[in-house]
Structure formats: C-alpha cells, structure tokens
Design a protein around this ligand. Structure first.
Ligand SMILES: Nc1ncnc2c1ncn2[C@@H]1O[C@H](COP(=O)(O)OP(=O)(O)OP(=O)(O)O)[C@@H](O)[C@H]1O
Ligand SMILES: [Mg+2]
Length: 457
C-alpha cells in the first residue's frame, strides 16, 4: 500500500489493503473481479471478491466520493433502502508515480439486478410497470426522510425480487441532499419530474435496443411514476378530518397505512370547531416503512423483504388456524411455523437449485405453486406435494440468476443478448462463481445466502 493512500471507513477488512490500488480500476486483473451485471454508468465501476463477499468499487473524484459515502451512511442510519458504503480511498498513485482517482467502495447488494438485466430476461411490458411501482415506493420513502435525490432514474436504482414484484434500492447518491427538516414541495416535485424524464429516456433506449416491446407506450409508463408517487404520498401524509364521535377512523387510517407496509411513528391530532361541532384532524407525521419486514423479523428472525414478509405472515396466520393454535401466543406459533413449514420447505429444495433464487422468493413461489396445483386439481394439496412438484417442474426452468449474473460486463451482456446466444457452460466465470456459491453455502448449512440473515448475525 503506497504511503500517501488514505482510507476512510467505519471498520477495515485488511483484505481491502491487498487490492491492487496502484492500478487504474479499468485495468484490474480478472482474478480479483466478481462477474456480476452492472448498470450503465459514467464512472468506472467494478465488482470485486473480498473475503467471501463482493464489493462494488467506483472510481470518482475525492470530494464526490466523500459526499456520497457520508450520504449513504446517513441514509442507512435512517433506515432507507440503499447500498451500504464501506470505504473511501484517496491518494492513490500508480507505479509510475502518477495520481489515480479516488474510489468509493460499497457492499454489493446481493440478488440485486440492474433494470437492463431484468429486461433481458422478461422483455414483458408488465415488468416496466412493476419496476416503476417499486421506484415510486422508494422515492416516497426517501422523500419522507428528507432526502432529495437529484438524479432519479432506473439506472441509479437496483431491483430485488419481492414476492413476484420488486423492491427498489438507491445505488447512486452522488447528487443527493439530506434535508432533515423536511423537503419542500418544490424539491419533491423536481425529483419526480427528473424521474419521469429519465425513465422515458431509459425505456426508449431499451426499445431502440429491442429489449422492450415497441408497443409499450414509454410516455404512459413515465407518467405512471408521477401518478403512483402522488397517490402514495397523499395516502401517507394527507390530513383527514372527522367528527369526534368517529374516533375509530384513526385506527382505520393506521390500518390502511399498515396494509401499505408503513408504520405510523407519530400522528398529529388537533381539534377544530366549525359550525357543525368539533372536528378532529389527524395527519401521520412519521411513517416508517417496512411494517411486514419488521414483524417477520421480530417473530422469526428472518430478514426478508416487505411483500415476502406479508406473504409469510399470511401463511403463518393460516397455519395458526389450520393447526388449531388460535389461543397460543403468536411468537410460539411463529416458531412452530418456522420449524414445521418454512424450514422443511426450503430443505426440500436440492442444494444445487437453491441458488437460483433468494430463499424467501423460493418460499413465495412454492406457495403460489401450491395454490395453482390446488386449483387445477380442485382440492387442497399439501406444501410437501407442492414443493416436490415445484422442484421437479418449475425451478429447473427458472433462469439461473447466478449463472446469468456471471455474464459480467454490461457490454458483453448486451452483445450476448443481441445474438440471443446461450452463455457457454464452460465459461471461466461460471467456475469462479460456483465456487463462491459453494463457499457461501458451506458457511451457512441451511443454504441461506447473504440476502437472508438471522438475528444477531
Ligand atoms: N453496491 C452495489 N451493488 C450492486 N450494484 C452496484 C453497486 N454499486 C454500483 N453498482 C452497479 O454499478 C452501476 C453504476 O453505479 P453508479 O450509478 O453509482 O455509477 P455512476 O457512474 O455514478 O452513475 P451515473 O452515470 O448515474 O453518474 C449501478 O447502476 C449498479 O448496476
Ligand atoms: Mg448512476
């Protein structure tokens, strides 16, 4: 490590120091790189294997690197869905003594996909609307925290599957600003406007590259970000007035917010007298997202996404009824559900197929499959039957997310999709990735990878 190099980080993994910082990122040797798909970017970004995990390294200017690092740290502390910053490295010098750009290091968000990768898989118009819906939720969440993004786009977002839909994460905070006192309407509207313009451009670009059906009306999809955002923002923040005798409506408002996946941290209530009597006015002040995620975490220790959590809670409730456990405390039922339903379901999936999807997503698909089979057969099928059939008929057909991920460089990825040629099985990246996956599984005998953690881990 050159003397002049400086690292800013909360904790330092010594392996970070062994990376070839004296070489421009673009020229880093293949053996340190992790081949995973990247979105489009102005800066050079590379994924790197580092002590059993993967980090993303982005070469940028020093002040921008520090700014983005600090912002991401603040956002994480506030509970925003975004990538985790690891370090900023400055003062890099090449072997010939010339100065190299600083880097921002973040943790690679496991199981995440850039939107272009999702399109090369599905190419279905609904995919576009689902991504927009996820982005609208992300934008509302960020705005509630007082974060102005400044460059909202599909490229600056990462997507993870969430029970058939998507959950969106912020990946690029370079242009962001945190206004802890709250965002002005002007800033919010500006962000939405940028989002709309960028999305339309990005979708047109996909169409030009034949990755999205030409019939999709890109303007209409772009307008959707505005309408979805506005609907959600209004439900979460609007004032509601009612008679004093209708106090049950406070509860129903809270339940409505919970259903949308938000918890009400604080509610302002005031009374106001008008001609017809005294009226009560409520407005949620602090809405905290991740209601179902938190409930499942509390009950089972599983760290899953919002819709996956909702799905699991529903299954848990059904299990409670069917097994006659209505009078038992929910914590106890949750424990039984975990050991009698959730764990056996995943254990029934052979190890080599488990890496195809995140475990919680596999569980969700098994539940869907059970429903589908029951409907076809016109009688209930057991989870065991469903998982056996799912493993035999559905999962093998699934695109292998990690194999796909091993395509690596975006350009290479596009070239392959243009020709629609399958990826060669003996690709060197495959071997490297398989080994990494095997290691991950070895570390955790249940086969849960980084996307699902246990409490206290
Ligand atoms: N931590 C991470 N996890 C997963 N993917 C990442 C991560 N960091 C970066 N990427 C990938 O790299 C791409 C580029 O990153 P980023 O948007 O930060 O670069 P940029 O050059 O600042 O972009 P822009 O051109 O918008 O300024 C992202 O779209 C994403 O696909
Ligand atoms: Mg970007």
């Amino acid at each position: 490590m050159p003397q002049s190099m400086q690292i800013t980080a909360a904790t330092i993994d010594p392996a970070l120091l062994d990376l070839p910082w004296e070489i421009p990122l673009e020229e880093w040797p293949a053996e340190v790189l992790a081949a995973l798909p990247r979105g489009l970017s102005r800066h050079i970004v590379r994924f790197v294997n580092l002590s059993e995990r993967v980090i993303a390294v982005k070469e940028i200017g020093e002040s921008v690197a520090h700014h983005e690092y600090e912002l991401l740290r603040d956002l994480l502390r506030l509970g925003a869905p975004c990538v985790t910053p690891t370090a900023v490295i400055t003062g890099r010098t090449a072997l010939d003594g010339s100065a190299l750009n600083s880097v921002l290091v973040t943790e690679h968000l496991s199981y995440s996909l850039p939107y272009r990768a999702l399109f090369s898989q599905y190419m279905r118009p609904e995919t576009a609307t689902r991504l927009i819906d996820a982005l609208a939720v992300l934008l509302v969440r960020l705005h509630l925290l007082g974060f102005y993004w400044g460059d909202v786009s599909l490229s600056n977002t990462l997507f993870r599957r969430d029970a058939g839909a998507f959950a969106a994460y912020l990946v690029d905070a370079e242009t962001g600003e945190l206004h802890t006192e709250g965002l002005t309407d002007g800033k919010r509207l500006y962000d939405i406007d940028i989002a709309r313009t960028n999305i339309i451009g990005e979708l047109m670009d996909l169409q030009a590259g034949a990755l999205l059906e030409p019939s999709v009306d890109t303007i209409e999809v772009g307008d959707r970000i505005v309408s979805r955002y506005t609907e959600l923002w209004d439900v979460l923040t609007a004032e509601e007035a009612f008679d004093l005798g209708e106090r049950w409506r406070v509860r129903s408002r809270i339940e409505k917010l919970n259903e949308l996946g938000f918890d009400v941290g604080e509610l302002t209530m005031k009374t106001e007298a008008d001609g017809s009597g005294t009226r009560m006015i409520i407005q949620p002040k602090v809405v905290d997202a991740g209601h179902y995620h938190r409930q499942i975490m509390r009950l089972t220790g599983l760290d899953v996404q919002e819709r996956q959590g909702q799905r699991m809670l529903n299954d848990l409730q059904t299990f409670r009824t069917v097994t006659g456990r209505k009078d038992q405390p929910v914590e106890q039922v949750a424990h039984a559900w975990l050991t009698e339903v959730f764990e056996p379901t995943l254990a029934a999936v052979p190890m080599e197929l488990r890496r195809k999807l995140e475990p919680a997503e596999i569980f969700h698909e098994v539940l869907e499959h059970r429903w589908y089979m029951s409907e076809q057969r016109q009688h209930d099928v057991t989870t065991q039957e469903a998982v056996d059939d799912y493993v035999r008929t559905v999962l093998p057909q699934h695109w292998d997310e990690e194999s796909y991920l091993s395509l690596g460089d975006t350009q290479e990825m596009e070239a392959i999709f243009d020709d629609e040629e399958p990826v060669p099985e003996d690709d060197a990246d495959f071997a490297a990735l398989d080994e990494a996956t095997a290691n991950a599984f070895e570390l955790n005998p249940m086969g849960f990878t980084a996307g699902m953690k246990f409490k206290g881990e």
